[in-house]
Design a binder for this molecule. Structure first.
Ligand code: FES
Ligand code: FES
Length: 175
């Protein structure tokens, strides 16, 4: 039996092939459908989650490699009702169109701001280059990341939610 920790909660995966990609375990075994399946071959970024706070492609991450590591998904980015500043900026800039790529976009953006709280536009574009958006929301993504960076500098890592909804489906909470 494997035990993995996701968003601070321990999960037992009994009888699961250790080669099963994390994305399958999240969606099909644990019902955590905020993380999306796009290409399945590490090319689109829709399935981006964090392992030990580093963004990775869940579609290519065998669950057998994850014991003792810290996994964070879009469902774990907010702290209760307090949205992550990136989520708040996404809502403020109305980034999502179809929404399909957005959980992965947000996870990559939040990871960028953890390692670089004041990125240049070029650094943002480089960090987000692996997250594709078929709806072409790139301009709004850039604006939202810049806005989140300003918010981080003004308020610290988290800001108090003000009229936003942590269950907003554009944040990857539901399919
Ligand atoms: S589904 Fe994982 S990168 Fe596309
Ligand atoms: S919002 Fe539709 S694919 Fe990005």
């Amino acid at each position: 039996m494997m035990q993995i920790v996701i968003n601070g909660q321990s999960h037992n995966l009994q009888g699961v092939d250790p080669e099963m990609p994390l994305l399958w375990a999240l969606r099909d075994l644990l019902g955590m459908v905020g993380t999306k399946y796009g290409c399945g071959v590490a090319q689109c970024g829709a399935c981006t989650v964090w392992v030990d706070e580093v963004p990775v492609r869940a579609c290519q991450m065998p669950v057998g490699t994850l014991t003792g590591r810290t996994i964070t998904t879009i469902e774990g980015l907010a702290e209760g009702d307090v949205l992550h500043p990136v989520q708040s900026a996404w809502i403020a800039h109305d980034v999502a169109q179809c929404g399909y790529c957005q959980a992965g976009q947000i996870m990559s953006a939040a990871a960028l701001l953890q390692r670089d709280p004041n990125p240049t536009p070029e650094a943002i574009e480089a960090a987000m280059a692996g997250n594709l958006c078929r709806c072409g929301t790139y301009t709004r993504i850039l604006a939202a990341v810049q806005s989140a960076a300003q918010s981080l500098q003004a308020t610290g890592f988290y800001e108090v939610r003000g009229g936003t909804d942590a269950s907003d489906s554009s944040l990857g909470k539901a399919v």
